[in-house]
Unconditional design. Structure first.
Length: 163
């Protein structure tokens, strides 16, 4: 019985610490994202292989996220040559739950980069896979889909993309 309790304790202890370790680290492959665009068609992150991708997690109910959209638009325009040259893209992943609000924000801000959502709010499997605990949040992947940076904003983000 003592051996059973010891083994049980070890399993619980190691399981607890394994659960506390982050799966999303720089240098690791980004988890796949396959979600619907506003028109209902599916889009996958893996289709952007070969490009540097800024994955922007946001929502219309998040004031800092909304405030960041004009900055992202300027960034997208600044790097328009890289976008045209198939070297850079932004993938907006919305954690909204209301499609109409999401579409209105896209229209209002003139967002012309890829936007996807499952409209499941915090219950989105993508939010869980990327361990998102607060918004705004972003990751940058290289052409092979490996994470090269996490949660850069403003000038720090722009400087990183210029390298």
């Amino acid at each position: 019985m003592k051996a059973f309790i010891t083994l049980f304790s070890v399993l619980i202890f190691t399981g607890y610490f394994a659960a506390q370790q982050s799966k999303i680290e720089i240098g690791q492959q980004a988890p796949e994202i396959t979600l619907s665009r506003t028109d209902g068609s599916l889009f996958s992150l893996s289709s952007l292989k070969g490009k540097v991708v800024l994955i922007d997690f946001w929502a219309t109910w998040c004031a800092p996220c909304v405030g960041e959209q004009p900055e992202l638009k300027m960034l997208y325009e600044t790097f328009s040559e890289q976008v045209k040259g198939q070297k850079f893209e932004i993938l907006g992943v919305s954690l909204d739950k209301n499609k109409e609000s999401w579409q209105k924000a896209i229209d209002r801000f003139g967002i012309n980069w890829i936007q996807v959502s499952d409209l499941k709010f915090w219950k989105s499997p993508v939010a869980k896979a990327y361990e998102i605990e607060e918004l705004p949040f972003n990751m940058i992947t290289d052409g092979q889909g490996k994470i090269v940076a996490k949660n850069l904003h403003g000038k720090e983000l722009e400087d990183f993309l210029r390298i």
